[in-house]
Design a binder for this molecule. Structure first.
Ligand code: FES
Length: 154
């Protein structure tokens, strides 16, 4: 079953929505576009691996439930046979980041990350955790026990 979630929109009540609208139509529309564009796909665990049916994945990417109730993984399409998998857990204090345009924004304290997980704006100093991904003709596998080595913010 496909699920669509958006923590930012879940946190906005009517008054919050009106206040957020006051910050500008373009900023708000980018949040709304992001919410509508993030789609969850079915996945299954196999040991420490997450398996996804390749037919369920389309550009720019999809969300996959993290293992054991952890925050989701953003599986991004980089090319015909290239994917990246980023944890949506902010490396500052663990809130779920949201996809806004080509960036990820944390609703808790404002950290921003590039599409590849690099820190653009603090307070976070660490990039989003990235996991190795392998794909064949029918499935995509995210290896949760194989994080990619990343550097701290300079
Ligand atoms: Fe994300 Fe603090 S938890 S910026």
């Amino acid at each position: 079953m496909t699920k669509i979630r958006c923590a930012i929109m879940e946190k906005l009540d009517r008054r919050g929505f009106l206040r957020a609208s006051a910050i500008g139509v373009s900023a708000m529309s980018s949040v709304l576009t992001s919410c509508g564009g993030l789609r969850y796909v079915r996945s299954s665990m196999d040991g420490a691996d997450i398996r996804i049916d390749r037919r369920d994945v389309d550009a720019p990417g999809v969300l996959v439930d993290g293992p054991d109730g952890e925050l989701p993984i953003y599986l991004r399409v980089l090319g015909p046979d290239q994917f990246s998998a980023l944890s949506m857990r902010c490396m500052h204090r663990g809130c779920q980041v949201e996809s806004v345009g080509e960036r990820f924004v944390c609703p808790c304290h404002g950290s921003e990350y590039a599409a590849d997980g690099r820190v653009l704006v603090g307070p976070s100093e660490l990039p989003l955790v990235e996991y190795r991904v392998l794909a064949d003709d029918t499935r995509i596998v995210i290896h949760m026990n194989a994080p990619v080595a990343r550097e701290r913010r300079a």
